[in-house]
Design a protein around this ligand. Structure first.
Ligand code: GRF
Length: 198
């Protein structure tokens, strides 16, 4: 059983999609939800599914005690799903190729500091793009920059508002994020020789 850790600052719908997807496999489970916001909706989801949570303090993710706590869980993946704080370099370096992020646009466009939530969709609409989408990528020391794992596109319609575009993007995210996690876990299994395929 692989342990997953989700970092989320908001509603947590992507976190919920991951929990529900793996509910019926015994391949993985969300072992911990970390949030930067003690009011985040994701905490109610954690309570519903009885998943332990941790409300992060500023600067804490760079501290040894926190990194050790995460190491003890042996996460197969750490998934940033709407996590608004920058992850400190020290934390990133402690979990090489284990931290992934989902971004609600087609990187490298519409990424970087300040490009989150509705700001991303507003920028896509202002640029009169005819398509947008999602990017799931590894996390490195720069915002929205690490190697891309997958992208999925959707059309931008002339009558879209940031809200209607966000809803379409969320549907893509909820489908592709759990399946991409599943794919990455299968890759880890194959690399470790623990797979029925072999
Ligand atoms: C998603 O659109 C994700 O791409 C972005 O933040 C949003 C989080 O939504 N990084 P939710 O909290 O999972 O509903």
């Amino acid at each position: 059983m692989h342990a997953l850790i989700v970092f989320a600052s908001g509603a947590g719908s992507n976190c919920k999609a991951i929990i529900q997807y793996f509910e019926c496999h015994n391949k993985a489970r969300v072992a911990l939800i970390v949030t930067s916001n003690a009011e985040a909706g994701v905490l109610a989801i954690a309570a519903d599914y009885r998943i332990p949570t941790h409300v992060l303090q500023k600067g804490e993710a760079a501290r040894s005690e926190f990194i050790e706590r995460i190491e003890q869980i042996h996460p197969a993946l750490i998934i940033l799903a709407g996590f608004l704080w920058r992850i400190p370099d020290r934390f990133i370096q402690a979990f090489p190729r284990k931290i992934i992020n989902i971004h609600p646009a087609l990187l490298p466009e519409f990424g970087g500091k300040g490009m989150y939530g509705a700001f991303v969709h507003q920028a896509v609409l202002q640029a009169h793009k005819t398509k947008s989408g999602i990017t799931i990528h590894y996390v490195d020391e720069q915002y929205d920059h690490g190697d891309v794992i997958m992208q999925a596109h959707c059309a931008v319609q002339t009558r879209d508002t940031p809200e209607t575009l966000a809803a379409r993007i969320h549907r893509l995210e909820h489908f592709f994020l759990p399946r991409t996690v599943d794919f990455l876990l299968a890759q880890q299994d194959v690399a470790a020789g623990n797979n029925d395929l072999l």
